[in-house]
Design a protein around this ligand. Structure first.
Ligand SMILES: Cc1cc2nc3c(=O)[nH]c(=O)nc-3n(C[C@H](O)[C@H](O)[C@H](O)COP(=O)(O)O)c2cc1C
Ligand SMILES: C=C(O[C@@H]1CC(C(=O)O)=C[C@@H](OP(=O)(O)O)[C@H]1O)C(=O)O
Length: 336
């Protein structure tokens, strides 16, 4: 499916080498102040062309086609458009019939029987620009509710010292290789009481949203996999009259927000398209050797941070609107 969310619904469209990509946001409340200036800064943080990213030159300028009048949302669908400007599709001529190891070429062909091989079509990381634009609309709603979201890269290729990140990436690039990393995203100001208790737990929704980003291979909330190595006394978040004394839970208990910071970490795989020679097959099943040129991110984790921020915003705005729709208290029972 190409649609995300239940109350604040986002459909993205477009391919990496088509004329444009974009999103339609349906369910945004009316009266939210919104302009290009609210969306563009987040897109600028995600766009390619930076020092540790693909050199593809895309300005990723967003156009708001509908749903906003005199600077305020009208409650009708908001259509957001980003034109592709620097596609250079010739880079993919030699890859029309061959499967890149680690990319979605093989599985897309198995599902659809045909595919847009240029830049991976819709499996391209480029699709995430459309989600970031939609996420910025969600952030405009969340901002009015006092919720803010921020992310960062925590690890590159197993190294956690940020001063060494660039060297790790450059060394991999020089070898014709790529590296993975860990990104983290946090939401502050989330009221206690957001989310659902069973199948649609807030942590389940967050995990689904994050795994729906290309290249994300694992999601942790709070202590995450580390919790499996702790005792109850170490992992429990004790409380006193002022509130929680720690946040191993990452801001969610029983699928419902506690009012603490929501903390999410993502394992991001190394970029699949690499220059080093690798073994693969073509569409006829013939064995081939492949060495991929073109313009690729040497480490996706950096460009993924604003995408993860956008996806967290989309989950939280959906939960906020669900809470309003069902008239649930999001103030908590203890005056917090
Ligand atoms: C922001 C972003 C940038 C990406 N850049 C590249 C890239 O330059 N080259 C590449 O081969 N894959 C890139 N990818 C990954 C692939 O496009 C694709 O999403 C991935 O291989 C599919 O992964 P999955 O199996 O986790 O869904 C990028 C992904 C994201 C989210
Ligand atoms: C263009 C973007 O990233 C692209 C993501 C991507 C991939 O395979 O995912 C491959 C490269 O694009 P192409 O080879 O098609 O020019 C990246 O530049 C973007 O994120 O805006």
């Amino acid at each position: 499916m190409n649609t995300f969310g239940r109350f604040f619904r986002v459909t993205t469209f477009g391919e990496s080498h088509g004329p444009a990509i974009g999103a339609v946001v349906d369910g945004c409340p009316s009266g939210v102040p919104l302009s290009v200036a609210d969306i563009q800064p987040l897109l600028d943080r995600r766009k390619p062309g930076g020092p540790l990213s693909s050199p593809r030159a895309e300005a990723d300028e967003v156009e708001i086609l509908s749903g906003v009048f005199e600077g305020l949302t009208t409650g009708t669908p908001i259509a957001l458009l980003i034109r592709n400007r620097d596609v250079r599709s010739g880079d993919y001529d030699a890859l029309r019939d061959i499967f890149r190891p680690g990319h979605a070429d093989y599985s897309y062909l198995m599902k659809y029987g045909r595919r847009d091989h240029r830049g991976g079509g819709r499996s391209s990381g480029r699709e995430t620009a459309a989600r970031v634009a939609a996420g910025a609309v969600a952030m405009a709603v969340l901002g009015g509710a006092g919720i803010s979201i921020a992310g960062s890269v925590r690890e590159v290729h197993g190294v956690s010292d940020p001063e060494r990140f660039e060297d790790e990436v450059r060394a991999a690039q020089a070898r014709g290789d790529s590296v993975g990393g860990i990104a983290e995203v946090r939401a502050a100001g989330v009221p206690a009481g957001l989310g659902s208790p069973v199948f649609d737990k807030l942590d389940a929704a967050i995990a689904g949203a994050m795994m729906g980003i290309g290249a994300v291979k694992g999601v942790e909330i709070g202590e995450g996999f580390g919790a499996a190595r702790l005792s109850g006394s170490e992992n429990n978040d004790e409380m006193d009259a002022a509130g929680f004394l720690s946040n191993h839970a990452g801001g969610i208990l029983g699928g419902i927000s506690t009012g603490q910071e929501i903390v999410v970490r993502l394992a991001v795989k190394p970029t699949p398209s690499i220059a080093l020679p690798q073994r693969t097959v073509d569409v006829r099943g013939e064995e081939r050797e492949i060495s991929i040129g073109g313009r690729h991110d040497p480490c996706i984790a950096f460009r993924l941070v604003p995408v993860a921020e956008a996806m967290l915003a989309l989950v939280l705005v959906d939960a906020l609107l669900e809470g309003r729709a069902y008239g649930r208290s999001v103030a908590g029972q203890m005056g917090r």
